[in-house]
Design a protein around this ligand. Sequence first.
Ligand SMILES: Cc1cc2nc3c(=O)[nH]c(=O)nc-3n(C[C@H](O)[C@H](O)[C@H](O)COP(=O)(O)O)c2cc1C
Length: 158
Amino acid sequence: MHQDTQLFMLSYTSIASHLMSHQELIDLLSHARVNNNQRNITGLLLYMEGSFFQVLEGERDVVDALYIKIAQDKRHHHVMKLLEEPLIDRGFANWSMGYQHVSREELAHVTGLTDFLDQEHPGFEGMHSERAETLINAFRQGRWQTRNTHQYQYVHHV
Ligand SMILES: Cc1cc2nc3c(=O)[nH]c(=O)nc-3n(C[C@H](O)[C@H](O)[C@H](O)COP(=O)(O)O)c2cc1C
């Protein structure tokens, strides 16, 4: 097996530096998607209560380099790596970067992690890696795609 073609995934949470407008998020995503297409990166970005959860999938070196770049981005801080592991198949193969703005209630509903509703801190802050796995699996299985859309939803299929 060639090490350099091994698929790899990395996920992290972070806190947005300010409450981002829909337009700011769209701008961020449009740019990211062009870059990701060129680098064969796929993944998912969730935004909730001013915090991000992102999954990056691709070749290990490419994912690592992108993560280093993203972690330095001034639009967010407290970037915390949660998972970093080899992948057999991409979970978000069709998305140069899928995106959804979720509420706490929606997230609890989609993942079954109802204790999300009781947590005192906002967003994804302080999330543990096992919960990250559950979260990714819920979105990876695509259950959320069948629900009614609302105005913040902006999912792009390449
Ligand atoms: C929450 C968040 C997620 C991001 N995701 C990506 C991404 O998936 N791909 C990407 O190229 N840039 C992403 N960026 C932007 C990078 O930090 C960086 O600004 C961008 O890659 C620079 O692109 P350039 O080299 O074309 O100037 C993200 C930024 C933030 C704040």
